[in-house]
Every structure is written in C-alpha cells, then in structure tokens.
Design a protein around this ligand. Structure first.
Ligand code: FAD
Length: 500
C-alpha cells in the first residue's frame, strides 16, 4: 500500500531536520527519508548566528543547542608574523534575535538534538536507511520511489517534495537543475580536536594569512577546537590525511589535543539555477554551497527552511496560491549570493600562497587596520518578487526579539503564525494573529515594543512567521496588503492539508 504525506523531505542533515520540525509544528504530515543511519561523522559547521538560534528556540531545542555551543568571540586575521590585520566583533550578549550574535558549536551534537525533537513529533515519520531514487510530478501530487537498506523499492506520495539532500543532491539531479559556479576552488584539510589541556589554546577565532600555509583556527562547542590547513599545490588529500601529517602541523601550535576527526574538502561557491520545479523544491547545500570562511553555509540552509516552511503551510493549510512558493527563491537567492560573495572575498584574502602578493595584502590591510570592525551586514532577503509590503524600507529586516528582565523571550509569548501588532488588536485567523500592544501576554515586553514601534514611526507592525518584518504602518493597510500578498483566506483552516 502506498503511503501519502503532505511533504516528503529527502535528506536529514540540519536543513532537512529543521524543515521537518517546522512543518511538523504546523501540523503537516511529513516523511523525512535519509539514506544514512548516523549523522554525518566528519567535521563541518562550527559557527551559527543569532537567527539560527531563534529557529532552534522555535523548535524547542534552545537549551540543547546551548549545551553544544558557546558564544563566539572576536574573529581575527593575522599575518605570518602574527601581526593583526583585522579584528571583527562577533560577540554581544543579545543580538537582534534575542540571542548572542554568534555561536561556535559542534554540528553532530545539534543534529542529534534535532533528530530527538523530530522523534517526539507524531506527524513526522523519519525513515533512516531509505535512499531517494526518483520522482514523478502529477497535477496535485508527487510520487517518490526510494530504496531501503535491503534493496526493496518503496513508493510514496506527497503534495510537495523538498530535496535537502546535500551538495550532490540526487533530487536536484532528477530535476535537471544546473549550478552556477563562482569559480572559487581551494582544497583544505579540516581537523577537529578534543583538547586535553587549555594551555596555549587561542581564545579567539583566527585566520592566519601565512602564504606558506594559510591556516584557520576556531573554537567549536565546549571541549573542542578546530584547525583548517590549506593544501599546498603539491599535496594530495591522501598525503595530508596520512598518519602523522596533522600531528606535525599541530606541533607548531604547542597545544595538547587529541585529533577527533579530519577530512579534506574543496571549498567552492555554487548556487542552483532554479530552487523550485512544480511540486519539488531544493534547500540547503542542495541549492547552494559556499566556502566556510564566513560560517554561513548551514545558516543559509536553515534560513531556507524557515522561509519555505511557512509558505508550504500557507499553501497546504491556508489556501495560498502555489505561486507563493516562487517567492522562496526570490528572497533567498539574494541572501545566499551575498554570503557566497562575502565568503569568497574572505577566502581570497586568506588563500594567498604568493609571498609577494601576501606582503602587499598585509601592508594594505595594516594601513587601514580596523581592530573593532563589524562583519559586513549582508544576507538580507531579496526584494524583487518577494513577499513584503511594497515600498516599505523596514520590510525584509529582522523583527527584534525582546528579552524581558526575567529572561523571557518575546517569541515564546506568541505562537508560530504571522503577527499583526497594533494599538487595538483584532480578529485572528489561521495564518495571522492580531494582538494589541497592551494585551497582558505582551506585558513583559510592552515598553521595549512600544519604544521600538515609535522609533520606526509606525502604528502597527506585521511580522511574518519567519520573523522578518512584512511591513510597518497602519494596521488596516498592512492587513489588506498581507491578504493580497499572501493570498490566504481571512478565516484560516488551522487544520492540516494531508492528501487524499
Ligand atoms: C569544513 C566545513 C566547515 C563548515 N563550517 C560552517 C560553519 O561554520 N557554519 C555554517 O553555517 N556552515 C558551515 N559549513 C557548511 C555546512 O556544514 C553545510 O552547509 C550543512 O551541513 C548543509 O546541511 P544540509 O542539511 O543542506 O546538507 P547535509 O548536511 O549534507 O545533509 C544532506 C543529507 O542528505 C542525505 N542524502 C543524500 N542523498 C540522499 C538520498 N538519495 N536519499 C536520502 N538521503 C540522502 C545525506 O546522507 C545527508 O544526510 C561548513 C562546511 C564544511 C565542509
């Protein structure tokens, strides 16, 4: 007998897991299929930002995420002689999202926490050891064929399919979607370690711009530290992974660490030409890849999931037109390109092997040295074809999460719908909660909220479910604009939209 779901997700990396969790919270039935049984074992993401922590909060895993992470400190670029070329701040107790600006973390720990969360959601079916094979699109559903560990082929149906199946994405291949290549391609050895002693361990994140061996050294979650070493032109992956090679490189740091895992990657910048094909979409590394210098690959994928989840819910549960799904790439593509370009720009600074070019770079950076820089504020959503109130300068920026004196956070006071907050409130619907500023539930945040709204010169704010500002202005105008843009019914059908 065939099985039917609202959404099939292929791939249970961090992006697939976050998407599954958000769709499950919306009451949708989800099949998340993953060909492996364990989370990815090799070193990958070490940094995530405040927006991602807010998503973890929404999924109910903030405390688990904190247990596997620590706030990120400064990010320093130094030359071969150890002189400071640039130092960027990444700290800050409360960023705009109500969490620290940035965290360093251990990816497998958080992936396991995400999977544990999914296991507690009754509408989510997780199938490990099940590999996507092919898909067929029909008028109102997709058919997916998948192979289990024993080689048996199973058939599933769903209203939508999302490929969160990583860099080699079989879903992207099946949809015949090409990749745009930013022509950055540098091989690096990545080494995660477990320190036996904290002696000599750097307390900040470092890019050592040494043309003899460009090197990255960053914190991770508690009890771990990472080094990344660029391969030199005559070195092979096999050679640098051979016993003793890493240990020899680490000897130069005079630290007492145990190597936990290591891998060689080619750092590159790629972006998919199309992120949607009818009822099939792609997200995360399946849609884009970037060098890790800005620590934004997974963050971008999780932003994809947060952007797509509420739009799938709007289409499946609240009567929105499927065309709303086209706003997903329209908004996310610009953000991802910003981060790819930022990461490649940083990479070009770091990955310089020519000593003359490096000396010139060092001199230029020292001449305009900024010891307290902010990393460029890039990565906001694109505006062409996007789902924001037109002509509103604040639309598309992050709605701040206020934190009360007792530590309570604003998002936890409300629910997962869009919010229209103004002086009087109004009748809520399936996709939109209308709430007055003086509603008791907002009492701990009222002063901050009122001051913020006054500062924005608006009577009301409409906040999308991904916590980007839809618009600021008069409540009636925002409401009408939301209905027109989202195309959702004024009276929501809070149920779920399972097929047939
Ligand atoms: C060295 C390094 C450092 C990085 N540092 C950072 C950082 O600091 N911050 C950051 O934000 N990002 C960082 N990244 C990027 C980040 O790790 C990735 O962007 C992120 O893991 C991608 O998540 P994903 O869920 O899209 O894909 P993946 O984690 O690759 O998950 C895809 C899943 O799909 C499964 N799959 C594939 N094919 C099939 C199939 N046919 N059927 C079923 N399942 C399938 C795979 O088994 C896999 O589990 C780094 C990457 C590297 C390599």
């Amino acid at each position: 007998m065939r099985e039917r779901f609202d959404v099939i997700i292929v791939g249970l990396g961090p992006v697939g897991a976050v998407l599954a969790g958000l769709l499950g919270q919306a009451g949708l039935t989800v099949l998340a299929m993953e060909r492996s049984h364990e989370v990815y074992p090799l070193p990958r993401a070490a940094h995530f930002d405040h927006e991602i922590m807010r998503v973890f909060q929404r999924l109910g895993i903030a405390s688990e995420a904190l247990a596997h992470s620590r706030p990120a400190g400064a990010y320093e670029f130094r030359n071969a002689g150890g002189e400071l070329l640039m130092s960027a701040r990444r700290g800050g107790e409360h960023g705009i999202s109500g969490w620290a600006q940035s965290y360093m973390f251990n990816q497998p720990g958080i992936e396991r926490a995400l999977r544990a969360r999914l296991a507690a959601m009754p509408r989510i079916t997780v199938r490990l050891g099940l590999a996507f094979q092919s898909l067929e699109q029909h008028g109102d559903h997709v058919v997916v064929m998948a192979k289990d560990d024993g080689g048996a082929i199973e058939r599933f149906e769903a209203r939508y399919l999302v490929g969160c199946d990583g860099a080699w994405s079989p879903v992207r291949e099946a949809l015949n979607i090409g990749l745009e290549d930013y022509r950055f391609d540098e091989p690096w050895l990545v080494v995660d370690t477990i320190p036996r002693s904290s002696a000599n361990l750097p307390v900040v994140n470092l890019q050592i711009c040494d043309p003899a061996r460009p090197t990255t050294c960053v914190l991770m979650g508690p009890g771990r530290h990472r080094w990344e070493f660029m391969l030199l032109p005559d070195e092979s992956a096999d050679a640098v992974l051979a016993p003793g090679f890493v240990e020899a490189l680490l000897a130069g740091w005079d630290v007492d660490v145990e190597v936990e895992r290591k891998a060689v990657y080619r750092f590159h910048g790629l972006i998919a030409e199309r992120w949607r094909d009818g009822r099939a979409l792609i997200a995360g590394d399946a849609a884009h890849q970037m060098p890790p210098f800005a620590g934004q690959g997974m963050c971008s994928g999780i932003r994809d999931a947060a952007n797509l989840a509420w739009k799938l819910e709007a289409v499946l549960c609240h009567g929105a037109d499927a065309a709303m799904l086209d706003t997903y790439q329209a908004e996310r593509d610009r953000s991802v390109r910003d981060y790819i370009e930022l990461a490649i720009g940083m990479g070009r600074v770091v990955c310089t092997l020519d000593p003359t070019v490096a000396a010139q770079r060092d001199a230029e950076m020292m001449a305009r040295r900024d010891t307290d820089a902010s990393l460029p504020a890039v990565g906001g959503p694109g505006r062409d074809g996007a789902l924001f109130a037109p002509g509103d300068a604040a639309a598309g920026s992050i709605f701040p999460q206020f934190v009360a004196a007792d530590g309570a956070r604003f998002d936890d006071a409300l629910d997962a719908r869009a919010w229209l907050i103004d002086g009087v409130g109004g009748v809520s619907s399936g996709d939109l909660r209308r709430i007055a500023i003086d509603d008791p539930v907002l009492a701990p945040f009222r002063d901050d909220l009122a001051a913020w709204l006054a500062g924005m010169d608006g009577q009301a704010v409409l906040v999308r479910p991904d916590r980007y500002i839809f618009g600021i202005g008069a409540a009636a105008d925002l409401h009408a604009c939301w209905r027109a843009a989202a195309g959702t019914a004024a009276v929501g059908t809070a149920g779920q939209g399972a097929v047939g």
